[in-house]
Every structure is written in C-alpha cells, then in structure tokens.
Write a protein that binds this ligand. Structure first.
Ligand SMILES: Cc1ncc(C[n+]2csc(CCOP(=O)(O)OP(=O)(O)O)c2C)c(N)n1
Length: 360
C-alpha cells in the first residue's frame, strides 16, 4: 500500500519519475499497456493544446473569462484515468484534463466558458457533475453521493477534486469529517498548485502538508508528485480500489503548480516571481512523460507529429461546433433554476428586456 509506505507528515511524497523522465521507483510503476501509456500522453497533449486554444479565443473575444489548467495535466489526467463508467466525479473549475479523460465533449467544455448553458449539460451516461465555481461546495456533495452508493450497496467510487484554497473552507472539513465517520467510498484529490489567486500556500495552512490533514479525520492521506502522471495514476487507482472495496476514503495531495494566471482576468506577475515560475517550468509534466515514453521506445517524432495533427483537428472541430451553437439568450439566465420563475426574477427579466429595447 502506498499509504503505508509514504508518510505525508514526514514530508514523504510518492514519485516514480524524476523531472527528466528517468524511473526512480520501478517497483511502483502502475500496470499500463503501451496503448494505455500512449493514451495518457494523447490526453495530456489534448488538455494542454485545448487550454492554449481557449486562451487565444479569450484574447479574441470569442470566449469569456477562462481558468487555465496549464501545468496540471498530469494530476488531472492521472486522477481521472482510473475511473470506471459506474464511478462518479465531482470536479472543480480548473479541471479540463479530468473532463477530457472521462469523455466530456470539448465543444461542450468550451460552451461553458463561452457563457452558454449548453456547457453545463453533461451528456447522458457520463457520471460527472458540472464543475463547482463556489470553492469547496462540491466536497460535501461528493461525500453525499458516495454515502448514497454505499447505502444502495453499489461497489463504486466517487472522486472529487479541488485546489489548496478549498482546504480553508468549512465544506472541506465537514465533508472529510463526515466521510471518515461513515467510511464513505470517496477519494479527495487536492491539486496543491501553491496559490489560491494571490494567496500562497504558506498563508493557506500551517500544516506541513495538505495530505497529513487526513489523519485528523481517521483515514489515509498521501502526498504525490502531481507533475508525475504515473505516480498520480498509481496513487489514485489504489485509493479508488480502496473506496470500491469498502476501505473508506483517502485524501491525496497532488503537489503541482499553476503555470498560468489564475484566470484571464488576473496578472500573476504582480504576486509571484519569475524565478519561481521558471523552476516549475523545468518540472513540466508533459516533457517528463514524453522522455519516459521515448526511453521505453513508445514515442518518437513520427508519433508526436501524428498526435499533433489529430489533436489540432479535434480542437478546431470543437471550436467550430461550439461557435455554431447560438449564443445564450437573456432568458437562459433565468429559466434553469426554478420550475416556475418566481415573481421577483420575472420582474428582473422584464426590466432587463425593456432596457435592451426588446432586442433579444
Ligand atoms: C466560496 C467562494 N469563495 C471565493 C471564491 C472566489 N474564488 C474563486 S477561485 C478562488 C481561489 C481558489 O484557489 P484554489 O482552491 O487553490 O484553486 P486554484 O484556483 O488555485 O486551482 C477564489 C477565492 C469562490 N469562487 N467561492
């Protein structure tokens, strides 16, 4: 068990690859076929390129405010890779790689950031909650879903993700406490990317690690190198298996970094140093995994070229599809919460329509 072998309270962290992609711990390598490994790389590349495209679209006024995932590809794809169709995921707002790994359509993901309600409509058959904008609100929801599964006798796991900022919210502590007491089949993955907008981790918690907080709730916690996709897959898989087999919850801290600004409305250069960013650029999760695959003989320039072309075409098709959908209407802001619009909201809608001169 990784949770027995690594003590987060002593600063121990699961890592399989070093920053150059060399294998540090062959004994911990997760069982993956060459096809699995190539699929992991393809998903990480898709996540990065789709993210870059979103940033460009935002600059061109074709997409609204956007929360970039650059640098999170390993923890996102790695967390989602072990999910089965019957499991559930409750992600937060910065989780493009998780969405793409479970099969959420990229066009729908773009819809969300274009301000279109279509972006909140999870396709039938995908056990995925729309991502949570209120920090940490998805954590008790995930615990509730896990308990429901337990009561129904369904051997499934629930995964929820959040940033380090979420660990200061009451929802985090209430969720973990309840999960511990009731041994809910849930896996908590904290993407500790060092910053919650401009608040550094040193101002977020006095604990030496996030993972060690699990001890207070009576279940295992594990710190993982969040830029090492193989370590993430191994750790989250073990935790999902524990959940499915009645072993209760796990808290995983993925130690990583947000490469970009908090959102396109933020300027991170005002609160963090160039040197810090450069240090993390040298730990790029994609470069590391490519180097590993190349050393195994599963990667070469030809493969990269084909993958690049496929990824580019897929992204362009998603953008075209997203932009083909008519923009959200004014009514969309009002119609999805209540079965019948309350009088107060109906009055607001009428007033806004009048202001717009009936243009929409
Ligand atoms: C309850 C709540 N409070 C404040 C905000 C404003 N807000 C949005 S993102 C954010 C920081 C979140 O940081 P973290 O949880 O570490 O995730 P990250 O953005 O770093 O991935 C804050 C304070 C919010 N969305 N919800």
């Amino acid at each position: 068990m990784l949770t027995d072998a690594f003590d987060a309270a002593r600063g121990e962290r699961v890592g399989i690859l070093d920053p150059d992609g060399r294998v540090l711990r062959p004994d911990l390598l997760p069982a993956l076929t060459p096809d699995d490994l190539r699929r992991v790389l393809a998903l990480m590349i898709l996540t990065r390129e789709a993210d870059r495209k979103a940033l460009l679209l935002q600059r061109q006024g074709r997409l609204g405010t956007f929360a970039s995932s650059l640098g999170h590809e390993a923890c996102q794809v790695g967390s989602a890779f072990g999910l089965r169709a019957e499991d559930w995921a409750f992600p937060y707002f910065r989780d493009m790689g998780l969405y793409l790994t479970v099969g959420y359509p990229l066009a729908t993901y773009y819809h969300y950031w274009m301000g279109n309600e279509a972006g909140f409509r999870t396709p039938d058959g995908l056990n995925l909650f729309p991502f949570a904008i209120p920090v940490a609100s998805q954590i008790p929801q995930a615990v509730g879903a896990a308990l429901a599964a337990k009561h129904l006798g369904k051997p499934l796991a629930v995964l929820t993700t959040f940033g380090d900022g979420a660990t200061s919210e009451g929802d985090f502590h209430e969720g973990l406490n309840f999960a511990g007491v009731h041994r809910a089949p849930v896996v908590f993955v904290c993407y500790n990317n060092q910053w919650a907008i401009s608040t550094p981790i040193s101002r977020q918690t006095a604990s030496a690690s996030i993972a060690q907080k699990a001890a207070a709730y009576g279940f295992p916690g594990l710190a993982v190198d969040g830029n090492d996709v193989l370590a993430m897959i191994a750790a989250v898989r073990e935790a999902l298996d524990r959940a499915r087999s009645g072993g209760g919850p796990t808290l995983i801290e993925a130690f990583t970094y947000r490469m970009s600004h908090h959102t396109t409305s933020d300027d991170a250069s005002r609160y963090r140093s160039r040197e810090e960013v450069e240090t993390w650029e040298r730990r790029d999760p994609l470069a590391r995994f490519r180097a590993y695959l190349a050393a195994q003989g599963y990667w070469d320039q030809d493969f990269e070229g084909r993958l690049g072309a496929e990824t580019g075409a897929r992204i362009e098709a998603a953008v075209a599809e997203a932009e083909k959908t008519p923009p959200a209407s004014l009514e969309d802001l009002f119609v999805f919460t209540y079965k019948e619009i309350p009088a107060r909201l109906a009055a607001q809608l009428a007033e806004r329509k009048m202001q717009l001169g009936g243009a929409r």
